[in-house]
Design a protein around this ligand. Structure first.
Ligand SMILES: Nc1ncnc2c1ncn2[C@@H]1O[C@H](COP(=O)(O)OP(=O)(O)OP(=O)(O)O)[C@@H](O)[C@H]1O
Length: 271
């Protein structure tokens, strides 16, 4: 099957060589059309850096990002981004939030509202079209943001810890909603997360990254049948995938923790 997203030998250094900090090194990954891939790694492994590069938000890197076979530079309508931070507009209703990108594209009102309603239904927010973000829970606001991104029908959906600020149970239930959306749209999706359960629950493949500089440590195929749901977490095979990924991540996470503690210690001594 064709690739929607190709990440070819991507490296990023902050600051100038020979000094500076190599944040990610030689990352290559192809995401097939309709595939759901998660990238997981310890804090500081360069997940947000990679997200910024793929989303076209971060210039000056080595390598190439291709979307639909074409070199991709800067932000682009083929990549839809859902951020970790709250990104709904508080003064707009759910309907007006979701319709916003279509409004910017000049889609006529009746058509954009019809499309917006379709995606609102898909994320399970029918009945809340006229609510404002302040009247919604954090999970509902994130679903509004997802609907808004889906509404302009990007080739690739890029999500950076969209449920990072939510509690574990809400996260699992929203995972069910993401699974339902993916079943319906077969949207090519790349999710950045540090939650192993979420990665296994949702993904066809999980890319495990090393601590700094972030490299691809291993790619784990999640061979669990679809449709899946949050009930899958009780499956014995689910537990084995979680254990396997944690086995890879554990050493990297503790390396990260030690380095962070050491730099805090030297900062205190210097101060
Ligand atoms: N603008 C910047 N200038 C210098 N260093 C940076 C900059 N942005 C990130 N870094 C460093 O690059 C490394 C990777 O950071 P990044 O935020 O991409 O990691 P992450 O995996 O997303 O971390 P987390 O999970 O904690 O959000 C870190 O060591 C970070 O301190």
């Amino acid at each position: 099957m064709a690739n929607d997203l190709e990440i070819c030998s991507v490296s990023k250094r902050y600051g100038d060589p020979p000094g500076g900090l190599l944040a990610v090194s030689d990352i290559s990954l192809n995401v097939r059309m309709g595939e759901f891939v998660s990238i997981i790694g310890p804090s500081g492994c360069g997940k947000s850096t990679l997200f910024g590069i793929i989303g076209g938000l971060l210039p000056d890197y080595e390598g190439e990002v291709r979307v639909g076979g074409r070199r991709h530079v800067g932000t682009h309508k083929d990549i839809g981004i859902v951020f970790q931070e709250e990104s709904t507009l508080p003064w707009r209703t759910v309907l007006a939030n979701v319709a916003l990108p279509l409004e910017i594209q000049g889609v006529p009102r009746a058509e954009r509202e019809e499309r917006a309603r379709h995606y609102i239904e898909l994320v399970g927010l029918t009945g809340f079209e006229n609510s404002r973000p302040v009247e919604l829970s954090g999970g509902m606001r994130q679903r509004t943001a997802i609907a808004r991104t889906l509404a302009f029908q990007p080739k690739v959906l890029l999500m950076d810890e969209p449920f990072g600020a939510l509690d574990e149970q809400t996260r699992l239930l929203l995972g069910d909603r993401v699974l339902a959306i993916h079943k319906e749209l077969k949207q090519t999706t790349l999710l950045i997360t540090h939650n192993i359960t979420e990665a296994v629950q949702l993904s066809d493949r999980v890319v495990v990254m090393s601590y700094r500089p972030g490299r691809v440590l291993r790619i784990v195929e999640i061979d669990l049948p679809r449709p899946r749901s949050s009930d899958s977490v009780t499956d014995e095979r689910f537990g084995r995938y979680v254990a396997e990924i944690w086995g890879d991540l554990r050493a990297e996470a503790s390396r990260g923790m030690k380095e962070a503690e050491a730099s805090r210690g030297s900062g205190r001594r210097a101060g």
